[in-house]
Design a protein around this ligand. Structure first.
Ligand code: UP5
Ligand code: MG
Length: 227
């Protein structure tokens, strides 16, 4: 990876702040490749890797998977890509993640896009995502009974949602975010690298901005970087 000159932007923010959603938009407009650390870890569970059970248990508990596991997945994804511009979403999540990533890869981020969202709004969104899952659950069971082996996994990926979107795990994810992830954002802020996007209109926690409104602000940051 040291031979391949890459540009990295870290996209950070609490659980449900909209990292994945905004990354999809950035990819469309600015030609980055999106690497979600959480998605890579979930793919690793699905692939039946030897670390799968350990990763699954940590995610269920909202804990941070050991750095070497996540960094290996990120490095592999960057090497396999022909692109040289990456959005790394949801990583680094603690000081150790950050320090090990920088020393192992020699990569420092261009900047950090920080999606700053009130907890109430993040919780609402994550529970909303879970409601869709619960609504589909009876159907899911019916599909299991009726459909063939071939169609079932295909349909399930539409209705399944995320296992960590339940109130117990969401609270644990918030706690880890406040205690371990915010200090990483503060570290980069002290180096002048953070570009903060406010996801709610000031003093109006109930008035969250739409995906489009948020992307207008995100677009301005990226346009400044790549005029
Ligand atoms: N939504 C988005 N934007 C909206 C808007 N402006 N208005 C209204 N609704 C909006 O969005 C969440 C939901 O909100 C969606 O339904 C969306 O439509 C809606 P999303 O874009 O998915 O937000 P995101 O910030 O990506 O939320 P996510 O749940 O993915 O955040 P997490 O940081 O919790 O999840 P991640 O996948 O990164 O990590 C999961 C777990 O993996 C961690 O808890 C940890 O256990 C583990 N992990 C590690 O151990 N190490 C890592 O490096 C990474 C993960
Ligand atoms: Mg995400």
């Amino acid at each position: 990876l040291s031979e391949k000159k890459v540009t990295v932007v870290f996209v950070l923010g609490g659980p449900g702040s909209g990292k994945g959603t905004q990354c999809e938009n950035i990819v469309r407009h600015f030609g980055y490749t999106h690497l979600s650390a959480g998605d890579l870890l979930r793919a690793e569970i699905k692939s039946g890797s030897e670390n799968g059970t350990m990763i699954q248990n940590m995610i269920k508990d909202g804990k941070i998977v050991p750095s070497e596991v996540t960094i290996k997945l990120l490095q592999r994804a960057m090497l396999e890509s022909s692109n040289d511009k990456f959005l790394i979403d949801g990583f680094p999540r603690n000081e150790e993640n950050r320090a090990v990533f920088e020393s192992v890869t020699g990569i420092e981020p261009e900047f950090v896009l920080f999606l700053d969202c009130p907890k109430e709004e993040m919780e609402r969104r994550l529970l909303g995502r879970n409601q869709v899952r619960q609504m589909f659950f009876p159907i899911e069971k019916t599909i299991l009974l009726l459909s063939s082996q071939l169609h079932y996994p295909f349909l399930l990926c539409y209705v399944k949602g995320r296992e960590d979107d339940n109130i117990d795990t969401i609270r644990k994810r918030f706690k880890v975010y406040m205690e371990s992830s915010l200090p990483v954002i503060e570290y980069y802020n002290s180096k002048g690298k953070v570009r903060k996007i406010l996801l709610c209109f000031l003093l109006q926690i109930d008035a969250a901005k739409t995906v489009e409104e948020v992307f207008e602000a995100v677009k301005a940051v990226f346009t400044k970087m790549n005029p």
